[in-house]
Design a protein around this ligand. Sequence first.
Ligand SMILES: Cc1ncc(COP(=O)(O)O)c(C=O)c1O
Length: 479
Amino acid sequence: MLNYVSTRGGGEPVDFAEAVLKGFADDGGMFVPQWIPRIPREQLASWRSLSFNDLAFEILSMFIDPSIIPSEDLKDLIHASTAPFSHPDIIPVKPLGDSSHYVMELFHGPTLSFKDVAMGFLIKAMDYFLRRVGRSASLLIATTGDTGPAAAHASIGRQTIDCWVLYPREFISEEQERQISTLEAANVHAVAVEHCPDGGDSLDMVIAEMFEDRDLVERLRLSSVNSINWGRVLFQSVHYFHGYFRVAETVGDPVAFSVPTGAFGNLFAGFLAREMGLPVAVFICANNRNAAVHRVLTTGRFSREGLKQTPSNAIDIALPYNYWRFLYFVSGRDSTAVQQWMSQYREKEGVEFSAQMMEKISQGFMSAAVSDEETLATIAHIFKTQGGYLLDPHGAVAVAAAAKLVRQLPKDTRVVSLLTAHPAKFPKVIRRALELDGELPAQGLHESIERVKSRFHRLSLCDCSILKQALIEAMTERT
Ligand SMILES: Cc1ncc(COP(=O)(O)O)c(C=O)c1O
């Protein structure tokens, strides 16, 4: 049976249920499967016309033993996760202008971002495991704007789950905040954190510290559903199979994915899909000015720089923490090397990779850093030239990066840009991009965003400097 081990090499292998419930491994590392199943070409070809749900079932079955979730239950969990989606295809894939560029709309879920796809499944699976053993869990989530709403929404009313959503108040849009703070659910707690020097990264640091304290983890029954959780990245790998099959005529055709990148969770999921055998020609890492991965690919250095606020706030991340998981695989599962890089990163503010390592890191990856002006100009350009099609700022970063690199791609490559959020979440940015004073176009509005505008905020306010202590006290009271 396929079990899960830590990227830091410590502890015993655990099954899928434990990996998902724990989030972090006991030694503070991230869970990874003992091996990555490989899908033969003929099998891939036979999956081409599967629906999203059936495809998700085939892929997940390779990683989740039926003794952990029997097949019928797994199918039910997948169907329940995608049921709230408003589009019949769940994730529609559409041409953008010509037959070589496509967009994959990942924002038709209940909170209008790509996080809904995997989060719905993950929280339902956790609830399933917790009910089976008669336990409960406290989810601790740091969000740069979209993970929080998705987790909060998926947790509503679940008796096994208490959901704590922390967000850096000055760094997310008003609409994203309302998606978290206006929910009327006794088991969802919105915590608006002020004075975060590094935005969401400051919150990640507090969470990582709490998870390193094993007594605290046990006492508060802590679990994490950020993209360190294996359940999230596994489910996100399905997007890539789905997108590939929608645009390739034959399995083997060159397809590139342009991915707006923050913590590298979504790109790691793409890498996983390719390791499983999906013939992706290139992944374009689309960074904004917070360009940690772009710097690695262009200078060979993985380094920390001060956080910059940009119009694509959800990818304003200085440390793409899933990159450690990627480095674990490309180094040939070398936990010692990853540990050394992590301490160099902490102590020397950066890691220099050898030429040999860079060859492995850059295989099948390209990157671009998109400026704020380019993001806004891309929204305006696509709106004007594509019949009023409206990109959100993150999708715009993907489309802009694809446009910068398209000439360097192998001949006849089809490019799929991932649209990871609905524009209605970012009206201020859309107004700036389209130079509007008045009403937004209808494409920039969404009924679910309008509905919560007249509701009270139900949130706790906290200064970042006392966050850990305040959380421990509040969570202790709840448990
Ligand atoms: C809208 C949007 N796009 C892209 C991303 C980046 O995804 P990842 O952090 O997995 O790189 C995020 C999340 O952080 C997001 O909310």
